[in-house]
Design a protein around this ligand. Structure first.
Ligand SMILES: Nc1ncnc2c1ncn2[C@@H]1O[C@H](COP(=O)(O)OP(=O)(O)O)[C@@H](O)[C@H]1O
Ligand SMILES: [Mg+2]
Length: 280
């Protein structure tokens, strides 16, 4: 292997080309092309309704695109189903946290593992024979995921008894339990106070240092500006800018999009200074 001095070409984790989906007459995502470099953090920002969650739904196979292609580590995954996408190594969290507060932290992570690795949610909850067979593997996968988010010591507590931050970590552990290469986080800091947000940023950095590639949708500009290697800006479903946080925050098209957005009531520069954007 090169003994220094040689630059390795940057590996692309995910590449989308001309990606689009229409709902009735609405282009929720339109003609979006982008590359997510391996081992980096890409933030997807844009006003409410810009198509950010839909973009994640397309990548993760929840929606089938009406146009375009999605390549993951060189493989065309455009038409794959959700569980097949998970099997390739893409996992996600949801904008609305969906943890089971009445179950233990470990059980939550185990459900994450089962849902993501083979059986459906119903199977996972009903504990079919196949589920019991999978129990050991699920437990091991779940414990590993809990270790990665710093919750191994709280595995047997009720998930609902954890702080907001702890519950967010459970949600991330559920996604990590399938041992993804690419993690999609939809508004991970929503509902968190500034201290919790800083802790979450630390966790995301640790995960990336451990080899994970991350894409995140986030309204809190302090998090986006402090964390992202690159930012994609969506507006009305289309990519209007991309680049480093510094470049994007100075981009006239981006400032215009935020100024024109009533939902956010402020431009990116202000949002970055204030620590977070207005959140509808
Ligand atoms: N399943 C759906 N059916 C119809 N319209 C949808 C659906 N999902 C999203 N949309 C529409 O697509 C647009 C983008 O939504 P979304 O991706 O949730 O925005 P964001 O996450 O950027 O706030 C919105 O106008 C939304 O109403
Ligand atoms: Mg959204």
């Amino acid at each position: 292997m090169p003994a220094g001095g040689m630059t390795m070409p940057e590996l692309t984790m995910l590449e989308v080309r001309g990606l689009g989906i229409r709902f009735g007459g609405l282009d929720a995502v339109k003609d979006v092309s982008a590359s997510l470099p391996a081992g980096k953090i890409t933030a997807i920002i844009g006003p409410n309704g810009a198509g950010k969650s839909t973009f994640f739904n397309l990548i993760s196979g929840f929606y089938q695109p009406t146009s375009g292609q999605i390549h993951f580590l060189g493989e065309d995954i455009t038409r794959l189903k959700t569980h097949e996408v998970v099997g390739r190594g893409i996992a996600r969290t949801f904008q609305t946290t969906t943890i089971y507060k009445e179950l233990s932290v470990l059980e939550n992570a185990m459900i994450g593992h089962r849902v993501r690795t083979r059986a459906g949610l119903l199977d996972a909850l009903l504990r079919t024979g196949r589920e019991r067979q999978d129990d050991q593997a699920s437990r091991a996968g779940a414990m590993q995921a809990l270790e990665r988010v710093g919750l191994a010591g709280q595995a047997h507590r009720l998930a609902g008894a954890l702080t907001q931050e702890g519950q967010k970590r459970v949600g991330i552990a559920m996604a990590l339990s399938s041992d993804p290469k690419l993690l999609l986080l939809d508004e991970p800091a929503a509902g968190m106070n500034p201290e919790e947000t800083v802790n979450l940023m630390g966790l995301i950095r640790e995960l990336v240092a451990g080899g994970l590639t991350v894409a995140l949708v986030e309204h809190k500009m302090s998090l986006v500006m402090g964390l992202a290697d690159q930012i994609l800006v969506l507006h009305h479903g289309q990519k209007i800018a991309e680049g480093t946080p510094q470049a994007v925050s100075r981009d006239p098209a981006v400032i215009e999009a935020y100024l024109g957005s009533h939902a956010h009531g402020g431009q990116m520069g202000q949002a970055a200074q204030a620590g977070e954007a207005g959140h509808a």
